[in-house]
Design a protein around this ligand. Structure first.
Ligand SMILES: Nc1ncnc2c1ncn2[C@@H]1O[C@H](COP(=O)(O)OP(=O)(O)OP(=O)(O)O)[C@@H](O)[C@H]1O
Ligand SMILES: [Mg+2]
Length: 242
């Protein structure tokens, strides 16, 4: 579903990603881990065409997204959901309007159809009955859920989540991780998330990618990574796992 080949990217005159290649199968949940500034967000943004590679290719569902015009890219993005690190909700819109926004922008659904779809996804993220609240009235965990609802409202074949647990307490982090797995299974998405939450990532991901010094230090299942002999991977896991 997602194929990255020889991705190279410089930002501000410095290489951020070098020779990044991997394949992600339909229905996988991939966690991208690494130190702050390792390039996790930059990698995620390449997957939705917010950054374009200097070298290499990003292929989504058989389409090289670098070859697309802005219009074509917008169409591809309608099948992709992106949960921004800060939620990126519109503070002046209530929850209903925030989640309805992509439907109103990109579909011709009637008001009743929009309302029914919004209720459906809010239910999926366990947020019934808060449609008329504003983001300022919500906890961090609820905002993440609303952001997730908005990311999937158009039906995300590919779901990208940037730090879905950042800023949350351990219980909420555990819950939102479970929710991402549940939602991914329910909607049948291929999911890529970045995280500093190594334990929850290992729990829910089918495979994990660890980035260090612009390159992939390791890629594999939790078991494979726990047995990795790569010095950085061993150090990283020793420092971050319980
Ligand atoms: N728009 C940009 N312009 C210039 N440099 C950038 C830009 N975006 C990111 N960078 C640089 O790219 C590097 C990787 O940034 P990125 O945000 O991907 O890190 P990250 O792994 O997501 O870190 P964190 O864990 O803190 O979120 C950093 O050195 C950052 O300064
Ligand atoms: Mg980041």
């Amino acid at each position: 579903m997602i194929k990255v080949e020889g991705l190279y990217k410089e930002l501000g005159g410095q290489p951020v990603l070098e020779d990044i290649s991997f394949d992600i199968g339909t229905g996988e949940i991939i966690a991208v881990l690494g130190l702050s500034g390792a390039g996790k967000t930059v990698l995620l943004k390449h997957l939705i065409g917010l950054f374009r590679p200097d070298k290499g290719r990003v292929v989504i569902d058989g389409v090289d997204i670098d070859s697309l015009s802005e219009d074509q890219l917008l169409k591809v993005r309608c099948n992709m959901g992106y949960l921004f690190q800060e939620g990126a909700l519109y503070d002046f819109m209530d929850v209903f309007d925030n989640v309805a926004f992509p439907l109103r922008e990109h579909t011709k659904l009637t008001g009743a159809e929009v309302a029914s779809r919004v209720r459906e996804v809010l239910k999926l993220v366990d947020l019934d009955g808060i449609e008329s609240k504003f983001p300022g009235e919500l906890s961090g965990g609820m905002k993440k859920r609303v952001g997730l609802a908005r990311a999937i409202v158009l039906g995300a074949k590919v779901l990208l989540c940037d730090e879905p647990t950042s800023g949350l307490d351990p219980i909420r982090s555990h819950d939102i991780s479970d929710l991402i797995r549940h939602v991914s299974q329910q909607i049948g998405s291929t999911t890529v998330m970045t995280s500093h939450d190594v334990n929850n990532s290992f729990r829910i991901a089918t495979r994990i990618i660890i980035i260090n010094e612009c390159r992939i230090a390791a890629i594999g299942t939790a078991e494979q990574l726990k047995g990795s002999q790569v010095p950085f991977v061993r150090e990283f896991l020793q420092a971050t796992t319980a």
